[in-house]
Design a protein around this ligand. Structure first.
Ligand code: KG4
Ligand code: ZN
Length: 359
């Protein structure tokens, strides 16, 4: 059976629409995948401004949907459903995308499927590689840092989370304090290539903790102290701090992933693969350390291409297909949910309050 779904994503600072088609057991096709980033509008503020984001989504979403449909060569009648991100994220943007999706679905008399943005990230590995459940997901973006066991569509177990900053947020803050601009991750990675990771001895927080949780605030402060210790900063100082920060982050990620895998082994749960998603998963140092980890443990590693790691609507359309083919299209009146954890059973971790931020 062929299923064709239009996906809409507006939870943070990317306006995106995509059409994805699944045909029985053959590899699904991304017929179009349009992402319009708003980063230029937010760059002067070195972070996402919710009101600017919501207005920008209103300005461009209808054109982007029309372009995605045209590029896919699909008529509205050919769609089986419309899938729109309903949360978590910034409430203004979520309402723009969800209400547009609802209106469109109503007009073409097709179901509207409200998607959890994090579920989109979590299921991307199945879109690109057909990864079989269960698998371990490292989800690292500007708003989220989690290690999850993806057990099935709709069944996610959070193994670890951050007690303070998200990983991408930490990269962005370090970039800001070093004057490297926004978004900070790619700028820090570029500068780190010319730097000496050993010059500054930055901490690797929480390496001994039983649960695979993260804490990045201390590392960020250590990077600030390093910067202050060598004011005025030369280009080499900046490169060395970036290299030291990236090396510390990479060690922390590797240690947290090892801990998560060890916990699963204790429970005799054997995942099929290690998967990474979210904008920070584009970082080459982190990718390489995950490759080593996968090799060492004999697990398959799935690193979706960068365009599908960062925010996009193909992952939302795909999550819609996964739900549609299970007959689980949910509530057509679903509200926008700024906070929407994937694992409702997970207990809040002291200091964490990230679920409503960008994902
Ligand atoms: O998933 P994403 O595109 O958007 C949301 O957060 O929703 O992730 C963006 C985050 C930003 O914090 C950005 O600085 C970070 O991912 N990022 C990176 C890299 N590319 C993007 N962090 C480290 N290294 C990179 N190459
Ligand atoms: Zn995201």
């Amino acid at each position: 059976m062929t299923i064709t779904v239009l996906g809409i994503e507006t939870s943070c600072d990317e306006t995106a629409a995509a059409v994805v088609r699944a045909n029985g057991n053959s590899k699904p096709e991304i017929l179009s995948n349009i992402v319009r980033s708003q980063w230029e509008a937010h760059a002067p503020f070195a972070g996402v401004v919710p009101e600017i984001a919501a207005r920008a989504h209103v300005d461009v979403l209808d054109t982007i949907i029309a372009d995605a449909m045209k590029e896919a060569g699909v008529a509205y009648d050919d769609l089986d459903a419309v899938a729109a991100t309903a949360g978590p994220g910034l409430i203004g943007g979520l309402i723009v995308g969800l209400v547009t999706g609802k209106a469109l679905a109503c007009a073409i008399r097709k179901p509207l499927i409200a998607i959890n943005h994090l579920e989109g990230h979590a299921l991307t590995a199945r879109l690109v590689s057909g990864t079989v459940f269960p698998y371990v997901l490292l989800l690292v973006s500007g708003g989220h840092t989690q290690i999850l066991l993806v057990e099935d569509v709709g069944r996610y177990r959070r193994l670890g989370t951050t007690i303070d900053d998200a990983l991408g947020e930490a990269f962005d803050k370090v970039a800001k304090l070093l004057g490297l601009g926004f978004p900070g991750g790619p700028a820090v990675e570029r500068a780190a290539m010319r730097g000496d990771p050993k010059r500054f001895d930055l901490p690797r927080p929480l390496l001994k903790r039983e649960r695979p949780d993260f804490s990045l605030a201390g590392l960020k402060t250590a990077a600030r102290n390093a910067a202050e210790s060598c004011e005025p900063l030369s280009e080499q100082d900046v490169a060395d701090i970036c290299a030291g920060f990236q090396a510390a982050v990479t060690d922390v990620v590797e240690s947290r992933m090892r801990r998560a895998l060890a916990l699963l082994e204790e429970e005799h749960v054997r995942p099929t693969a290690i998967v990474a998603a979210g904008g920070v998963a584009a970082n080459m140092a982190i990718r390489e350390s995950l490759e080593d980890l996968a090799k060492g443990t004999g697990l398959m590693l799935v690193l979706p291409p960068q365009a599908l790691c960062s925010d996009n609507a193909a992952m939302i359309a795909w999550a819609g297909i996964e739900r549609f083919r299970r007959g689980d299209i949910g509530d057509p009146d679903a509200p926008a949910r700024p906070r929407w954890p994937l694992d409702d059973r997970a207990e809040p971790v002291l200091g964490s309050g990230k679920a409503g931020a960008k994902a």
